[in-house]
Design a protein around this ligand. Structure first.
Ligand code: FAD
Length: 334
């Protein structure tokens, strides 16, 4: 493989409900910095049906170009059809790096493309950089239960690829004066070529928990004592417009759904404010929330590990402290 032939940084632009997913715009911010460092263009790759207009969204956020596949066959996301478009585009234009949001779609697509192209993919990256001279992508992520950061390189294959969870990177301030080039692509792909058929789309009826996009999270743990006790977390979260999070032990006790679990086997979150209430601070929990902007812990054990990971700690009984906080937050400012 002639690595020199590969040039340019791409971001897969995920189109969802007529919009570009926020994580794609965040990745354009990270991609822009790396493209400038390398002196190469930053391009978006947009696939869908009726999506061409959305390409314009990418330019204010840093893209120089957007490759667009706007065809009926891409109306619903299917691994086979989308990966065929990505692979064809990669083979034609040869980018050195491709970034994807670590969403359900992004993870599925990136791993399928990596397998087919026999190239490297770093999943759930939390830091991205590029070596200006060698062009090597430095994709860092926590490893061994979050105890170390591993920087992963893909030295022999191209494109180098990484997925990044929402809210880990920062989108650029939109510059509406920036413009770019839309490059229309199309692929010869017939419905008969695709094994997967979408028969029906059933929207989830229960409320979707978007912990990874929440600005404020109120998380509760085993210290709440019971399912009834855990209601305190729901009440507090509701009163301040926060999203409910939980430790694994609270989930395993059946007090709250797994979708709320924060940590190694749950969701990684980076809200502006994270309340950890009745949570001891096990490493498997900390890896999922320690990059939060402000961590406030409430625990009745002054030696709880969570106090080593928080910005503010309150030693006391959650059932006494939380009602006081709720009262204080409801008070009109003087
Ligand atoms: P506990 O450790 O029991 O802590 C309860 C805390 O509440 C204590 O500190 C106690 O002092 C305090 N407390 C008690 N009563 C009160 C009160 N009235 N007011 C205030 N404080 C009170 N855990 C996760 O959270 N997420 C994960 O994704 C995850 N993944 C894991 C993966 C693996 C492979 C393994 C082995 C474990 C994983 N765990 C995970 C479990 C983790 O190790 C801990 O067991 C778990 O986080 C503990 O939950 P907790 O803090 O709610 O409970």
């Amino acid at each position: 493989m002639n690595l020199e032939e590969y040039r340019g940084i791409w971001v897969y632009l995920e189109a969802r409900d007529g919009q570009i997913a926020p994580v794609s715009l965040e990745l354009l911010g990270a991609g822009r910095q790396m493209a400038d460092k390398r002196g190469v263009p930053l391009a978006g790759l947009l696939i869908g049906d009726g999506v061409e207009e959305l390409a314009q969204t990418a330019f204010p956020y840093g893209a120089d170009q957007v490759y667009v596949y706007d065809q009926r066959i891409f109306a619903d996301y299917r691994t086979e059809s989308y990966m065929r478009a990505v692979i064809e585009c990669v083979e034609k234009h040869k980018p050195e790096i491709i970034l994807y949001g670590a969403t359900t779609t992004g993870k599925d697509l990136a791993s399928a493309v990596a397998t087919d192209l026999q190239t490297g993919l770093t999943a759930d990256t939390t830091m991205l950089d590029v070596n200006a001279e060698t062009g090597l992508l430095e994709a860092s992520r926590p490893a061994f239960g979050g105890n170390i950061m591993a920087t992963i390189l893909c030295k022999k294959h191209r494109p180098q690829m990484a997925t990044v969870r929402p809210k880990v990177m920062k989108a650029l301030e939109a510059d509406q004066t920036r413009t770019g080039e839309v490059i229309k692509e199309s692929i010869k792909l017939a419905e008969e070529d695709i094994r997967t058929k979408v028969l029906k789309i059933v929207r989830e009826t229960r409320e979707k928990v978007r912990l990874d996009e929440a600005d404020v999270i109120v998380a509760g743990g085993k210290g709440l004592g019971s399912k009834e006790g855990f209601q305190l977390i729901h009440r507090f979260a509701e009163s301040i417009g926060a999203t409910v999070g939980a430790s694994r032990d609270a989930v395993e006790a059946g007090w709250v759904d797994h979708a709320h679990q924060v940590g190694q086997t749950g969701v990684t979150v980076t809200p502006k404010i994270y309340f950890a209430i009745g949570i001891s601070g096990a490493i498997q929990h900390l890896v999922g929330m320690r990059n939060s902007g402000l961590i406030i812990a409430i625990n009745k054990d002054p030696n709880a590990l969570i106090f080593q990971a928080c910005h503010y700690g309150i030693v006391g009984d959650a059932f006494e402290i939380v009602p006081l906080l709720m009262k204080a937050f409801q008070k009109e400012p003087d």
